[in-house]
Design a protein around this ligand. Structure first.
Ligand code: C2E
Ligand code: MG
Ligand code: MG
Ligand code: MG
Length: 292
């Protein structure tokens, strides 16, 4: 299809009138200092029920509040932490902040599930499990309110035995497990069936505009059907507009996350967002869209 090809090629063309902002590369020492000075701040992105609009939980997404450079997004420092043996310290800080915050929400009657992104290296480190168990105990939190997200590509690496063992032990401790960015890795049905995931998150690349693109739609539909068949809750990521939202409504996806619902928020901003969300739901977000 020549139109499609032209579209792809346009995507590769650099727009000289709009160059990317110069991106400073941070060093391992910069990241180490950011962790030591607790400059890493958790943001929380809401995850809602598609059926009734209930706020089910939030995903923890870390940002670096750099004293000079402003707010730095995770794609600029997570991989540096991973490559320099700092990812355990980073995860420890993010996890501690998130579980303390989850404990506060629970005490105030807000029983949200809190999701946390972890890497395979985190899971393989010896004290990971003890660390999360201690944190939920100290904060009087039921472990099933903590959702551990790991990307499909990391779980299904060359040695799938390691994640299987570790993830199974976390499940036995009643933590919830979520497979992230689904559709971008290559898991086999057998692997998916063996690892006791509670939740499957369809990658945003197969959600936004899937209603208008047959290829995206095929992957979205297959992921949804397979996850449901295996008994998982399905979350669509990257829900950016009303059309995306309506596709989830029509196809029976369980939960939605994305900027249409809310951008990642500071914890203090969550109560006000919840009021606004309730207003949007009352204003007709769950009504059936006009027949199309
Ligand atoms: P992810 O876990 O897949 O998180 C979803 C990403 O999609 C977030 O980007 C989120 O802000 C973004 N997003 C949410 N809604 C929309 C939308 O409607 N449209 C678009 N285009 N994007 C949306 P963010 O916060 O930049 O995080 C990027 C990735 O960095 C995350 O992907 C996650 O893999 C990683 N990450 C973030 N925090 C942590 C962390 O504490 N530890 C580790 N290991 N990784 C983290
Ligand atoms: Mg995630
Ligand atoms: Mg994701
Ligand atoms: Mg992602």
């Amino acid at each position: 299809d020549p139109d499609k090809l032209a579209e792809i090629l346009r995507g590769w063309t650099v727009d000289a009138s709009n160059p990317p902002p110069s991106r400073k590369i941070y060093s391992a020492d910069d990241i180490k200092s950011a962790i030591a000075h607790q400059e890493l701040v958790n943001y929380y992105q809401p995850k809602v029920s598609v059926e009734n609009g209930d706020v089910i939980g939030v995903e923890t997404l870390v940002r670096w509040h750099h004293p000079k450079d402003g707010v730095i997004m995770p794609d600029r420092f997570i991989h540096i932490a991973e490559d320099n043996n700092l990812i355990d310290d980073l995860t420890h800080l993010v996890l501690t902040q998130a579980i303390v915050q989850a404990g506060k929400w629970h005490q105030s009657g807000l029983t949200l599930r809190v999701s946390i992104n972890v890497t395979m290296d985190n899971l393989a480190s010896l004290n990971f499990q003890d660390m999360v168990v201690n944190l939920v105990n100290e904060n009087n939190l039921p472990p099933q309110k903590i959702v551990i997200e790991i990307t499909e590509s990391q779980v299904m690496g060359p040695d799938a035995r390691i994640p299987l063992e570790i993830l199974t032990r976390l499940r036995l401790k009643r933590f919830h497990l979520s497979i992230d960015d689904f559709g971008t890795g290559h898991s086999s049905l057998a692997q998916l069936r063996d690892i006791p995931f509670n939740e499957l998150k369809i990658d945003q690349g197969f959600v936004h505009r899937a209603w208008s693109d047959d290829t995206l739609r095929a992957i979205y539909d297959a992921s949804l059907a397979m996850g449901k068949q295996l008994g998982m809750d399905i979350v669509a990521e990257g829900v950016e507009d009303r059309d995306d939202w309506e596709l989830l409504r029509q196809t029976g996806c369980d939960m939605a996350q994305g900027n249409f619902i809310s951008e990642p928020l500071l914890a203090d901003d969550l109560p006000r967002w919840m009021d606004e969300w309730q207003n949007r739901v009352r204003a007709g977000l769950l009504d059936n869209s006009p027949a199309s």
